[in-house]
Design a protein around this ligand. Structure first.
Ligand SMILES: [Zn+2]
Length: 245
């Protein structure tokens, strides 16, 4: 294939755009925020699994307090009823039984109140543990939100830069011979870039030193002939740096 040497040189700028696009894609795919978000999501899931029991314990402790409160209320009501009956008077035999009943109810109430205090203590501790777990959950969740926000911003940034590179590449390609661009793009589809500078008899695409027969071939080749690297297929762009004169 023949192509104007100046146009061949322009392929290096196409390659720069391609390299930049590869770099942006790689950067976007390997953002540290992606790993950080995944790590935080895993920590939140583990935290939730771990503290399901903390929540259940706090709920059960609260229910135990409520149940004891209800019992105390019932016993208090019975004591009140018995006291009313006592005041109403009646047969002395019944009154003695009533007094005994009240005494035993008072004892039961006192026992229940002791248990209620203990249950309250347990409930308060369980509540505190659950509140701490929730605060930690909130902290992790806030951290995740900010990492996700940063991640999305950087992805959008890379995407915009990628689009700008693509547009610039397209504009440049439009100024070049279509068969030259087609060959360049065919190689670029496989290698990432389609052309490479020959610098000091080395292909800068694959970094292979050119064989002596290739060097001799290039020396003899007209400037408007298109040459490709034997090892990477890239279009070899010859300049004064190439070491071929
Ligand atoms: Zn090469």
């Amino acid at each position: 294939m023949k192509a104007d040497p100046t146009q061949q040189r322009e392929l290096l700028r196409l390659a720069q755009h391609d390299q930049q696009r590869l770099h942006l894609r790689h950067t976007s795919k390997n953002l540290p925020e992606r790993a950080q978000a995944a790590d935080l999501e895993a920590r939140i899931a583990a935290h939730d699994a771990e503290h399901e029991a903390t929540h259940a314990h706090a709920k059960a402790a609260k229910q135990a307090v409520t149940a004891l409160e209800d019992e105390v209320e019932q016993v208090t009501a019975r004591i009140q009823r018995d006291n009313e009956r006592l005041l109403a008077g009646g047969l002395s035999k019944d009154l003695v039984a009533l007094q005994r009943d009240i005494a035993s109810l008072e004892q039961r109430k006192s026992d229940l109140e002791d248990r209620e205090l203990e249950a309250l203590d347990v409930s308060e501790q369980a509540d505190a543990a659950w509140a701490a777990a929730q605060a930690e959950r909130e902290r992790l969740s806030t951290e995740l939100d900010s990492v996700v926000t940063a991640r999305e911003a950087r992805i959008a940034e890379a995407k915009a830069a990628f689009t700008a590179e693509t547009d610039a590449r397209k504009a440049l390609a439009a100024t070049l011979a279509s068969d030259l661009v087609a060959l360049n793009d065919e190689v670029a589809a496989k290698q990432g870039t389609g052309a490479a500078l020959v610098r000091a008899r080395r292909c800068e695409g694959c970094h292979m030193e050119l064989d002596a027969h290739v060097v001799n071939g290039l020396k003899a080749l007209a400037a408007d002939e298109v040459a490709q690297c034997e090892s990477c297929d890239r279009i070899l762009v010859r300049t004064e740096e190439s070491g071929l004169s």
